[in-house]
Design a protein around this ligand. Structure first.
Ligand code: CTP
Length: 410
């Protein structure tokens, strides 16, 4: 999702920096556009540092002195690229220009040039907000489909008290997300997600592990957090950064992962076991490095606890989702795991298929439900696959028949 954030000149301009961060948390790519007067309050450098993108401040970006037509054309291409324009804070002046179709700078030109939805969050002195001219302009924008996030009452920078203070960052982000169709449907959920491989040590320098990158589990954690869930991500060693806003628990062995899941599962509403858990560990890991010797070396392995099956036993009303990474007979193996582990849903993928499985950014998944139904999806980015899995989560906590009816209705 791409959003242009128009910042106009008011004391509240500094709050736009926090708005950028919160929009990014929702996975939104933000292009900041500043009016000339906004630059009196906050520097473009702040936004450039936050977004990693050049901030658009002028219609004609004449870096070498004269007006640069290429930059003007490139700038206007922003109008086609964005999924939404949000103006926050919007001054009385910018609102008036938008209402009348005056396009005398980049922000107001962008407003006319884009067909994307528009959200406006006004901030100004109480008398300016209540002035008949501003009222009419705001009504004109509303009548045109612009969503106005009204200012709040309170103490204003000018020393007066009344309506005019920029709405909270949360309510502006809420309005943007609603218009972009980003759901916040998991606010009631606390989800434990496991990810990555587990490692079983042979000695201080060697270990047994597998090829899991952790990408699917991290995508699930990120997607669930964006949809409002409290997320506890329990991860084996990976090269990934934990997504913002999730509680992160780093583990190494299956036993550590088991302990962490046992600790967090009671307060959760769902468990998603995306980790590729080692099924065996050395019976007697050595404290000193195993030295090379002639002939064969036999490793004696014992099985590790099945975390998923263990949790399913006392799950109550919680949803339990397992994964089945298979190389053959995917459906049969997935159905067998659904039964043997008593999971509510098994997400299966054939790790030998092109664009699926370990370390890919895409996956091809099929969901197997306890009522015998299944849902197959074409190849898609792991973050999209994560959303399709999360779409099912609340239904899994309903009685089986009712969940199936909900699925059919969708
Ligand atoms: N799992 C688990 N604890 C284990 C092994 C697996 O919780 N000790 C979970 C995985 O996180 C996954 C599901 O069980 O969600 C299936 O894992 P998978 O490795 O595909 O299945 P296994 O039961 O290990 O069976 P097999 O290796 O024979 O396919």
């Amino acid at each position: 999702m791409r959003v242009a954030l128009g910042v106009s000149g008011g004391v509240a301009a500094y709050k736009a920096a926090e708005l950028v961060r919160q929009l990014q948390r929702e996975g939104i790519d933000v292009q900041v556009v500043m009016t000339e007067s906004a630059r009196q309050f906050i520097t473009p450098l702040t936004f450039a540092a936050l977004t990693g993108q050049k901030v658009i401040t002028e219609m004609f970006d004449g870096e070498s002195g004269g007006a640069n037509v290429e930059s003007a054309i490139e700038h206007i291409a922003v109008a086609q690229r964005i999924d939404l324009l949000v103006v926050a804070p919007a001054t009385a002046n910018v609102i008036a220009k938008m209402a009348r179709g005056v396009a005398d700078d980049f922000l107001t030109t962008l407003y006319l040039a884009t067909t994307a939805p528009v959200v406006v969050a006004p901030a100004m002195n109480v008398n300016m907000w209540e002035h008949a001219a501003t009222r009419e302009n705001v009504e004109a924008l509303r009548a045109r489909g612009v969503h106005v996030v009204p200012p709040e009452e309170g103490y204003l920078a000018c020393g007066m008290t009344g309506a005019g203070r920029l709405a909270s960052v949360e309510s502006i982000v809420g309005a943007v997300c609603a218009r972009l169709g980003i759901a916040h449907d998991l606010q009631e959920e606390t989800i434990v997600v496991t990810a990555g491989p587990t490692c079983e040590d042979l000695d201080p320098v060697r270990f047994l592990t597998n090829r899991s990158s952790g990408k699917m589990g991290y995508a699930l954690a990120q997607a669930a957090s964006r949809r409002g869930a409290r997320v506890i991500l329990i991860s084996g060693p990976t090269r990934l950064d934990p997504p913002q806003g999730v509680q992160f628990v780093a583990v190494r062995s299956t036993e550590e992962m088991h302990r962490a899941v046992l600790e967090h599962f009671p307060s959760a509403t769902a468990l998603i076991m995306a980790a590729a858990v080692a099924d065996y560990r050395p019976v007697s890991p050595q404290t000193k490095k195993i030295k090379r010797a002639n002939g064969r070396l036999n490793l004696e392995l014992e099985s590790t606890p099945d975390i998923l099956a263990d949790m399913a036993r006392g799950k109550g009303n919680r949803a339990i989702v397992g994964f089945a990474a298979e190389t053959e007979n995917v459906a049969a193996h997935a159905r067998a795991k659904l039964e043997s582990k008593q999971a509510d849903l098994i997400v299966a993928n054939d790790v030998t298929a092109d664009g699926a499985g370990f370390d890919h950014d895409t996956n091809i998944i099929t969901l197997y439900f306890r009522d015998g139904s299944e849902k197959a999806f074409a190849r898609m980015p792991k973050i999209d696959a994560a959303h399709r899995i999360l779409d099912e989560l609340r239904g899994l906590r309903q009685p089986v028949g009712q969940a199936a009816a909900t699925r059919r209705a969708r």
